[in-house]
Design a protein around this ligand. Structure first.
Ligand code: ATP
Ligand code: SF4
Ligand code: MG
Length: 350
């Protein structure tokens, strides 16, 4: 099976110490950042997680990287539940699941060279080699993998001597130093110059193919998901609302929120503008993101949805399958298309 990492019922509530109290509840207030998330990452595939600012995307990445404890839910690596922090199994997990952050400047220590960063990663994961010649060889390999050539030109540079794109490549090389199976890339190109974003995305795609990695690609920008990801998941206010093949989700979006995202995105055919959609002005996207302390009842999108029906504000829509998996789709490695929206309930008017 190609499944590497799975999340089931993954939930993260951040307790809020101060803030509004209500008369009706004695519960501790919390930001419902991620609720009941189900996600599967497969070998050799990029899965995009798309949503506007504050929808919970980074929280998902941090939960999967075990940087945050989860409130509830399951994370499974190769079918085995990952439970405790610390210990040998936990270290093995941290090696296999690596994260790449948005800001390559912040993630590299400015007082250390590329050589230092990469050597440290190799040593932590016991992959530095026995002799200094082996280490040198491994360092060169890492830089070649991320297309920083010739390696000797980069090894002794400090982060400030590199461009943003080169720094992000070093961060990727460092993650590869662990020989991971999963890369969690949290907006890996959104802080880079528009002109070099494609180069870094193409590198990630190349790595996916050559190293058979499972990649979670987090982005605001649904146009780049279509270009770069095999599968796309759309997140709204802490919940996944639609998922499926990137082509299908972006060409035939079903959930009203996905449609809104696509309408406010730049032209997906203009690849030179990949990543241009930052935060669309709120009025363009039709209303504001909701409070996650008191999330809207029922479908969280209902206050902004032009199709909202009475039951939308009271009942949480489950996932409705839109194109049941055909045998051909399975052979082509395509994923199911689903939407969590009452419009797709059997018999509902579309
Ligand atoms: P962006 O696109 O701006 O990066 P995001 O989709 O990554 O947004 P998150 O950073 O996951 O969103 O945040 C989701 C919600 O959880 C937000 O309301 C945020 O304020 C809240 N949140 C995130 N981290 C914490 C934290 N450590 N403590 C309390 N609340 C948090
Ligand atoms: Fe709109 Fe209702 Fe669908 Fe939510 S469930 S997106 S409110 S139609
Ligand atoms: Mg984020």
């Amino acid at each position: 099976d190609d499944v590497v990492l799975e999340a089931e019922g993954l939930t993260k509530h951040f307790p809020v110490r101060r803030g509004v109290r209500t008369l009706f509840t004695r519960e501790r207030r919390a930001v419902h950042a991620v609720d009941d998330l189900r996600l599967t990452l497969r070998r050799g595939r990029v899965t995009a997680l798309v949503g506007e600012s504050g929808s919970g995307k980074s929280t998902v990445a941090r939960l999967l990287a075990q940087l945050y404890p989860r409130t509830s839910g399951d994370i499974r690596l190769h079918g085995k539940t990952v439970t405790v922090h610390g210990g040998r199994k936990f270290r093995a997990y941290c090696r296999q699941v690596q994260m790449i952050f948005q800001d390559p400047f912040a993630s590299l220590n400015p007082v250390h060279t590329v050589r230092y960063h990469l050597t440290r990663a190799l040593k932590i994961h016991g992959r530095a080699g026995k002799t200094s010649a082996e280490l040198e060889d491994n360092l060169n390999q890492l830089l070649l993998r991320v297309q920083l050539t010739p390696p000797e030109r980069y090894l002794d540079k400090f982060p400030h001597e590199l461009s943003g794109g080169q720094r992000q490549r070093v961060s990727i090389a460092r993650a590869l130093g662990a020989d991971p199976e999963v890369l969690l890339a949290d907006e890996p190109v959104s802080m880079l110059d528009v002109s070099i974003r494609l180069g870094v995305l193409n590198l990630l795609r190349d790595l996916k193919e050559r190293l058979n990695l499972a990649i979670l690609y987090i982005t605001h920008d649904i146009a780049s998901a279509r270009y770069f990801a095999d599968e796309t998941m759309v997140m709204y206010a802490g919940r996944l609302v639609e998922g499926g093949d990137s082509e299908t989700v972006t060409q035939h979006p079903a959930h009203p929120y996905t449609r809104l995202l696509i309408e406010s995105a730049p032209d997906p055919d203009r690849l030179d503008r990949v990543g241009d959609l930052k935060d669309a002005p709120e009025d363009e996207a039709g209303g504001e993101p909701p409070s996650l302390i008191v999330p809207p009842s029922g479908c969280r999108f209902h206050p902004r949805c032009i199709h909202a029906m009475p039951k939308c504000s009271t009942e949480l829509p489950p996932r409705f399958e839109l194109s049941p998996r055909s045998e051909l789709a399975v052979i082509a490695g395509k994923s199911d298309h689903w939407a969590a929206c009452w419009l797709y309930e059997e018999g509902a008017a579309k």
